[in-house]
Write a new protein. Structure first.
Length: 389
């Protein structure tokens, strides 16, 4: 811009000397046109910029970490005047990482036209990604003036952790509560209080399962399949404390993978964590549709600096299976876990490096009644394949 203004001043000075030398109508008209040109250029830019429409479009739905996503910058100039040059500064940040990254987009906007510019992002970690246009600068055709216009609202998109395959939940866990009135809709069992379905007789079927009244009306024997009661809810407790982003990402990957494994086996479970602002335990019953909502709520919760929040779990509460997720487990946490009333306790600890993993293994030897699983960032899938739910 400084060079453009300097060139204009030199041109204007030259035209003044040209007018003084010749003093005719042509030189006067030329001098007036060049003199008024900056004002016309500035007014042009103001009018076109006031009618410019800008939107930042983000993809919707569940977006996995580690895969490329595309933001779209939509620009529409309905004015009959083009905008020669526009620069957009776009900033996006992962709220978990608290680090900003910036993209600069430079383009021209023809008159009465619209365009969409794709911006490729590759989020490495999960979390809430906030994208916003922080600055819009428009330049006139002479590049002498620059104006700024208001920016559109920021957009947020949720990047979800990767789901790793795990071993299915054992059938014994599903049927441990024979008095439960909730039954599986997809599996048969041995509870005669509820009929799951009817089928034709196969050799080896028990005689007490034959539906005699219905068999009399058919040419063959009809057998009743009994229902499978769904057992007590397991608890997935996430220790959401301050830790490096790779460890938080590994913890969330472990958490969502275990939750999906329970859901696929129709095992009811609750997602729990400590809420520092409210100083309370948050419990979210999880189903197939609510797992992502639970993960979003957890990622929106501020992390804490407490060594452990297991004290917020009612010690008299009976739990069929407690799965405790933490980043770097401490011996005092394992002592607290032993005092809870749970049939099974599994500890999934995310370790920062090999030294932490070795320390975890030494600590685990003192707690043989706990099922301990070490996880390292970048190797979550291999570690979870060894976990038996």
């Amino acid at each position: 811009m400084i060079l453009a203004k300097l060139a204009y001043c030199l041109l204007l000075v030259g035209l003044v000397f040209f007018f003084l030398l010749f003093k005719d109508t042509l030189s006067l008209i030329l001098l007036l046109c060049i003199f008024l040109l900056p004002g016309f250029s500035w007014l042009w830019l103001r009018i076109a910029g006031s009618r410019l429409r800008i939107r930042l479009l983000c993809p919707s739905g569940t977006l996995p970490a580690g895969e490329q996503i595309e933001l779209q910058l939509f620009l529409q100039n309905p004015c009959i005047l083009p905008i020669p040059h526009a620069v957009f500064r776009i900033r996006y940040r992962n709220k978990l990482a608290q680090q900003d990254e910036t993209i600069l987009v430079s383009t021209g906007l023809p008159a009465r036209s619209s365009q969409t510019i794709g911006l490729q992002l590759l989020p490495e970690y999960c979390g809430c990604l906030r994208a916003e246009i922080t600055q819009i600068r428009l330049y006139d055709m002479l590049r002498m003036f620059r104006i700024r216009i208001s920016t559109p609202p920021a957009q947020e998109l949720w990047i979800m952790p990767h789901i790793w395959p795990m071993q299915p939940v054992s059938g014994q866990v599903l049927s441990q509560d024979s008095e439960n009135e909730t039954f599986s809709q997809y599996r048969s069992g041995d509870d005669p209080s509820e009929v799951y379905g009817l089928r034709d007789y196969h050799p080896g079927d028990r005689l007490n399962r034959i539906h005699w009244k219905l068999s009399e009306k058919n040419t063959g024997l009809i057998v009743k399949e009994f229902s499978l009661p769904i057992g007590q809810a397991a608890v997935l407790f996430a220790e959401w404390k301050q830790s490096p982003l790779p460890m938080q990402h590994a913890l969330l990957e472990s958490l969502i993978s275990v939750s999906v494994a329970f859901s696929e086996s129709e095992h009811p479970h609750n997602l729990c964590w400590f809420d520092p602002p409210g100083e309370r335990l948050v419990t979210v019953p999880v189903s197939d549709a609510s797992i992502y909502e639970g993960i979003r709520r957890l990622m929106s919760t501020p992390t804490h600096t407490l060594s452990s929040t297991l004290h917020c779990i009612d010690p008299d509460r009976s739990i069929s299976h407690l799965i405790y997720f933490t980043a770097g487990v401490q011996p005092e946490q394992l002592v607290q876990l032993e005092q809870l009333h749970a049939d099974r306790i599994t500890v999934i600890s995310v370790n920062a490096d090999e030294e932490d993993a070795a320390c975890f293994q030494r600590t685990a030897a003192a707690f043989p009644q706990l099922e301990l699983c070490p996880v390292s960032p970048g190797c979550v899938g291999a570690a979870l394949r060894e976990v038996i739910l």
